[in-house]
Design a protein around this ligand. Sequence first.
Ligand SMILES: NC(=O)c1ccc[n+]([C@@H]2O[C@H](COP(=O)([O-])OP(=O)(O)OC[C@H]3O[C@@H](n4cnc5c(N)ncnc54)[C@H](OP(=O)(O)O)[C@@H]3O)[C@@H](O)[C@H]2O)c1
Length: 314
Amino acid sequence: MARRYVVTGRGGQVAQSLIERAEHHGEIEIIPLARPNLDLADIGTIEKALVEARPELIISAAAYTAVDQAESDAAKAFVVNGAALSEIGRVASKLNVPIIHLSTDYVFDGDKSSPYQESDPVAPLCVYGRSKLEGEHRLIASGADYVILRTAWVYSPFNKNFLRTMLHLAGSHDELAVVADQYGNPTSALDIADAILTVADNLLSSRDQRLRGMFHMAGSGEASWADFASEIFRISAEMGGPSAIVHPIPTAQYPTPALRPTNSRLDCSKLEQIHGVRLPVWNIATATTVQRLLASGAPENRPAWKRHFEENCR
Ligand SMILES: NC(=O)c1ccc[n+]([C@@H]2O[C@H](COP(=O)([O-])OP(=O)(O)OC[C@H]3O[C@@H](n4cnc5c(N)ncnc54)[C@H](OP(=O)(O)O)[C@@H]3O)[C@@H](O)[C@H]2O)c1
């Protein structure tokens, strides 16, 4: 009998990656729950959707992820990323199933000069970060059997993300200005999916309390956004795909509605020690995703790339 795991959100990067990667992890059925049946902005939908899905474990991956938009839509961000977690946690407890919840590096203010550990003080700079922190608190207070995995800078072949945006922009720009004074850990959603499935297995195999609680989980190594963009274009150019010259700029030259931490690097050693999970080095995983995206297009010429990315990489 396959194990039944529910994941919230169907089209999200992590949800899509889980659906794909579950095939490599033995007998696991991933059941995605999405709007309108499960709408985190409508708390009343949550219990029915989760109970009817009969999960053995819940993966909470859906979120209000539009970081800048959240600044002017705070009430909704706080319901979806915050209040909904009280209800998901309550229902998980009622069903007596563990929950793996994804949170973010943006709970930190970035003032630390080294990678953040789970025990470091939180002080989010933006509405998105504050709403995700509220979700952490709500889930913990719900009494659920939980793991919170804080991750960062997520990209994948799916949905909207920085890697796809860069490839798309390179279809129409020879040069791009990219922020070079924010540092973090680019993280492949496919690697996140593998990690979640291992953590899920550990949770279902043991009641050990050390397996529960807060963990950081991000790609190994670190980069600025400009480093990340340069690597994407280096790999793409090697394959004859779109690329652009990257001009490193300070954050001050690229103001956004939401403030972001200058350092949001995560120390992921606790996850490795306790769950035996270490994510691959970020540029190796980046290469895998770029190669996969390019291979799904027509590799002969640049106009074909442009068409492919205009159609697929928005
Ligand atoms: N992306 C990042 O860089 C990043 C960084 C750190 C942490 N995280 C966290 O990692 C998790 C997964 O992120 P991701 O990149 O996979 O997100 P994503 O690709 O932006 O997908 C978010 C998902 O949430 C769903 N969703 C949004 N509002 C909803 C609502 N009211 N009810 C039900 N579903 C709703 C979306 O549904 P639709 O498909 O219908 O739109 C979508 O499937 C999130 O918890 C996020 O906060 C992400």
